[in-house]
Design a protein around this ligand. Structure first.
Ligand code: C2E
Ligand code: CA
Ligand code: CA
Length: 772
């Protein structure tokens, strides 16, 4: 047993023996007085020493706190010395006396010491603690006064000073006791044992003091033994509290939020005090109504306080929950996801049994929904996506939204099951979403990364990054289904091409680029490249497609995919479209003036199609240059036609009535291509590059392409194959009945000057143009 433990044990045994003696009352009167007084001097000295020892061992606020308790105990020691002097030498037992002042130092110092002690849970202010202490003390005092003390002082003819001292004991004791109890309710574990000892010690002292006051004011000393036992045990416990105060290592981690009981504790005595007052005065005839009203007021204020406290607790809980959830969808947010992921990986490290999988989902073309239908519609869509994802995941999985349209699912357990969940989540997107009355078919790109049972350690960041890289790989390859991470995806993610696309996504870069882009648009610095379209039949040029370029001061010539996202994100679509129209039509007019009548195709963002003034604007632009409407084709991207089909249909109809041709771009890359064919009347289908390039190797793709070309021919639509890169593909497409082709086989997009010379040479010899 360590030294401290032995000292405590000896003190306890000795004190208990003393208590037995006190109650037994052996020995002569003189001996008893002398022995008792001396034991109290020794006992209080011992307690003082214990507290001083604690002050010596601790630091900071805890040291000051222990020092105050030591001072209080020293006061009590002085009191007991004085008392011994009175009883032993002067043979009197005065009340009140100077000894009482010294004794009273103990509860007051304990009170101050406790308020200084660094044990209260954070957020609980000391002002409130002190106020609570006073409230409870006042309430207890009222209870005491109404039940015993009041009658006592009415009966006895005690002096004012005597009344004051007699009242000071219960008030000071109760104050210290209350503060001790309130702190105990909030104390973190390491402080609880000493505080409990101190609190119980203080309670015993309070009882003993009250008996003492009662005896002196009633001149009835039969209970002397009990008050002495109270003091002896009280001192012992306070001494033991000092002995077992541990020196805190650091700030105590994980402070427990204080209990309900600790919260309501201060109110209980108030209610009892009011009850006592009502019991005492309730029957008194002629009670002033104002008094009743006051009591009522207090009760109502109390009730209000209860409600406020309860509301605060609810608010706190809500705030805590909100810090962990995404406000829009109610899913977990990034913080909570991160936390769960760390926890899952920690478990994985420890048990090495369960695998941990992260599924990363990014909605394809979500931006277009936001731009086309507005942000509230985008929000609705996200909420639906969240609900579906959540419904398909297991209850043990964590589904989180960690960015605008990025969702992640954390899955623990068996690999096979995790894969199945991932597939299941993806199947949730088979049905269209209904937003604002529109059916939207929207798919996510999905990447899965996992650490299996016997994999080496993986950090949470790395696992999430792998899932993202897998997702990017899926997005790039445009393959449906879940793409599981493989080391090859790292090169995909880091390839320069991906960096190119990512350019506009990096926020700091994007910010700078945006300013430069605005400037470039204002100064008409964007240029156009032209890619010719060739008739598969005779190789003649049937038109050109205008493709926007940005000659960037530092980055060179930028292609659309490096800045179009920025255009969409920042509402620059209209100025860009206007600029492209103006330049393309100027170019056509210029070529016409040189005797070359070339049809031109211009790409238009789908949202611009719901602009009902588009046909008029386009018509004016053509007329101003004296160009026939038939020379212009407007290309719209098929999956851009999500949503507002009604408005788009009307605009398309008016454009076509005016003679302008309309083409569906990237046909086959979206999901409900055929339904658009039924709904929209257009002139041309541009078969998507991804479709065309696989046609030689993929039998299914070839069959579908053939069917689509047949169908288009049936409907009287021109079919244009994009991205034709080799003669075999061109030959196959011609066999299938496709009329027009465009692609690197013939030429990449050209500068206006290069395009002009190609036009000139091809006019003379169309077949040579193809082979050049
Ligand atoms: P798009 O309308 O499908 O344009 C064809 C794209 O395919 C062009 O890329 C062209 O350079 C490329 N391409 C042509 N032949 C081949 C080939 O044989 N193989 C391969 N791999 N690629 C080929 P570009 O110029 O980078 O344009 C990308 C997209 O940007 C366009 O796709 C179009 O959707 C959009 N875009 C371009 N200009 C404009 C514009 O003025 N306004 C709007 N709204 N969008 C534009
Ligand atoms: Ca196009
Ligand atoms: Ca295209």
């Amino acid at each position: 047993m360590p030294m401290v433990g032995r000292v405590g044990a000896v003190a306890t045994v000795a004190t208990l023996a003393f208590c037995v003696w006190l109650l037994g009352g052996w020995g002569s009167e003189d001996f008893r007085i002398a022995f008792e007084d001396n034991v109290f001097v020794v006992l209080s000295l011992f307690a003082t020493g214990c507290a001083a020892h604690t002050a010596f061992r601790c630091r900071g606020r805890q040291r000051i706190s222990a020092a105050f308790i030591a001072i209080g105990l020293a006061g009590w020691t002085v009191g007991s010395v004085l008392w011994a002097y009175y009883e032993w030498f002067l043979k009197v037992s005065p009340f009140p006396s100077a000894a009482d002042i010294a004794y009273l130092m103990l509860p007051l110092s304990i009170c101050i010491g406790l308020l200084i002690a660094p044990v209260g849970a954070s957020g609980y202010t000391y002002t409130r603690l002190t106020l609570d202490g006073f409230i409870v003390t006042a309430a207890f005092f009222q209870i005491g006064w109404l039940t015993i003390l009041g009658g006592l002082f009415e009966a006895g003819g005690a002096s004012r000073f005597a009344v004051g001292v007699a009242l000071a004991y219960p008030i000071a004791d109760l104050l210290a006791l209350t503060v001790a109890m309130l702190l105990l309710g909030r104390a973190p574990a390491p402080h609880r044992t000493p505080l409990t000892l101190l609190t119980v010690g203080m309670a015993l002292m309070t009882i003993a003091d009250s008996i003492f006051v009662y005896m002196n004011s009633h001149n009835d000393f039969r209970l002397t033994g009990y008050s002495s036992v109270g003091w002896a045990l009280g001192l012992l416990l306070i001494a033991l509290a000092g002995l077992c105060t541990g020196v805190p290592q650091q700030r105590v981690a994980g402070e427990r939020s204080f209990s309900q009981v600790a919260m309501w504790l201060p109110y209980v005595p108030i209610v009892i005090a009011i009850g006592a007052a009502v019991a005492r005065f309730g029957t008194t005839p002629g009670m002033p109504p104002a008094l009743i009203a006051s009591v009522l007021l207090i009760m109502l204020v109390l009730l209000r306080q209860f409600i406020v406290v309860a509301e605060n607790r609810r608010l706190l809980a809500a705030v805590a929950a909100q810090a962990m959830s995404d406000p829009l969808t109610g899913l977990a947010n990034r913080a909570l996801f991160q936390d769960r992921l760390e926890h899952a990986l920690a478990l994985h490290r420890r048990d090495n049994r369960q695998s941990v999988a992260v599924l990363s989902l990014d909605l394809d073309d979500f931006k277009l929904v936001n731009d086309g239908l507005g942000h509230p519609a985008g929000d609705q869509l996200l909420v639906q996506v969240a609900a579906r994802t959540l419904a398909r995941a297991r209850s043990s999985d964590t589904v989180a939204r960690i960015g605008g349209d990025e969702f992640v699912v954390l899955m623990e357990g068996d690999d096979v099951a995790s894969r199945e969940v991932a597939r299941e989540v993806l199947r949730a997107f088979d049905e269209p979403f209904v937003v604002d009355g529109h059916d939207l078919l929207l798919r996510p790109s999905a990447g899965l990364a996992m650490v299996s049972a016997d994999d080496a350690e993986v950090s949470p960041e790395l696992l999430l990054k792998q899932a993202d890289m897998a997702m990017y790989a899926a997005k790039r390859s445009r393959t449906p289904g879940v793409h599981t991470f493989s080391p090859a995806d790292v090169s995909v993610a880091d390839a320069p091409e991906r960096d190119r696309t990512a350019l506009a996504y990096d926020s700091t870069v994007a910010y700078k680029l945006l300013g430069q882009l605005r400037h470039a648009i204002d100064n008409q610095e964007l240029t156009l490249a032209y890619q010719p379209k060739f008739a598969l039949g005779d190789g003649s040029i049937v038109g050109v497609e205008a493709l926007v370029r940005w000659p960037h001061p530092d980055r060179g010539l930028l292609a659309p995919d490096q800045f179009l996202q920025l255009v969409r994100d920042h509402g620059l679509m209209r100025p860009i479209t206007e600029l492209v129209f103006a330049k393309a039509l100027d170019q056509i007019a210029q070529w016409r003036d040189l005797g070359l009548l070339v049809p031109v195709a211009v790409n238009v963002f789908a949202p611009s199609l719901s602009d009902s003034t588009l046909p008029e604007t386009v018509g004016r632009a053509l007329r101003r240059r004296g160009l026939p409407h038939e020379l212009l084709t407007i290309e719209i991207t098929e999956d851009l036609l999500l949503g507002n089909t009604e408005g788009a249909r009307e605009v398309i109809k008016r454009l076509r009535q005016s003679g302008v041709r309309v083409a569906i771009d990237d046909f086959g890359s979206g999901y409900s291509a055929l339904s658009y064919l039924r709904e929209l009347y257009v002139d041309e289908l541009k078969l998507d590059r991804a479709f065309v390039t696989t046609v030689l190797v993929d039998k299914r793709a070839a069959a579908i392409l053939r069917a689509v070309i047949d169908l288009a021919n049936e409907l009287g639509l021109t079919t244009v194959a994009e991205g034709v890169e080799d003669p075999e593909t061109a030959a196959l497409l011609r066999d299938y009945g496709c009329q027009v082709a465009q692609g690197y086989l013939y030429t990449a997009p050209l500068t206006p000057a290069a395009m002009l010379s190609l036009l000139r040479s091809s006019r003379q010899a169309p077949d040579e143009a193809i082979s050049s």
